[in-house]
Design a protein around this ligand. Structure first.
Ligand SMILES: [Zn+2]
Length: 184
């Protein structure tokens, strides 16, 4: 597929925000997830971008609630971040299918699974609508656009740095980490 340069730039930006969304949620749930690396550089025919996470495995019915919502929200966070940034909805079938497979395993009922996923999606969107969280997302996405690929340690450093700078003057010597802002 050949696209004009403008479209390519827009699309790369879209991918960067998508992957940054996954990465940020993995960091918000750092007690149950770990981000290993993220990229917005495509491998033609293979992927458009990616975010590699260490996440819970095995039967989702045996996961803790925290593992469950952390992983499902991190899966939904890609599309949500890109959507909040661009206003464009573009499905990522692998992410949604994976989230659905987890939901159906836990709920044993299609309607209940779909409803639960929709509530989780809303929780993700509400988190991104918090200005201090969104600024961290932007910092990650812009860094991805600059560097193409970022490892987990650098991603965490960028996120914590951005989060702390937005909090300067708002706390009294008590620096809270990003993970301590974790939604319940
Ligand atoms: Zn994705």
């Amino acid at each position: 597929m050949t696209q004009p340069a403008d479209d390519e730039t827009t699309f790369r930006r879209y991918v960067a925000y998508h992957e940054a969304g996954h990465a940020l949620f993995a960091m918000l749930y750092a007690d149950v997830l770990r981000v290993r690396r993220a990229t917005c550089v495509p491998k033609p025919g293979l992927y458009e971008g990616g975010c590699l996470l260490a996440h819970p495995t095995g039967d989702p019915r045996k996961w803790t609630r925290r593992q469950l919502i952390g992983f499902v929200r991190s899966l939904l966070a890609g599309c949500q971040a890109a959507w909040v940034e661009s206003g464009v909805t573009r499905q990522a079938p692998e992410d949604l299918e994976r989230a659905y497979q987890i939901a159906i395993r836990v709920h044993d009922d299609e309607d209940a699974a779909v409803l639960w996923l929709e509530n989780e999606r809303k929780a993700v969107e509400a988190t991104f609508r918090q200005p201090e969280v969104w600024r961290v997302l932007e910092a990650i996405a812009e860094a991805l656009l600059r560097e193409g690929m970022l490892g987990g340690r650098k991603l965490r450093r960028i996120a914590e740095g951005s989060f702390e700078s937005t909090r300067t003057g708002h706390n009294h010597g008590q620096t809270k980490s990003l993970a301590s802002r974790t939604p319940r």
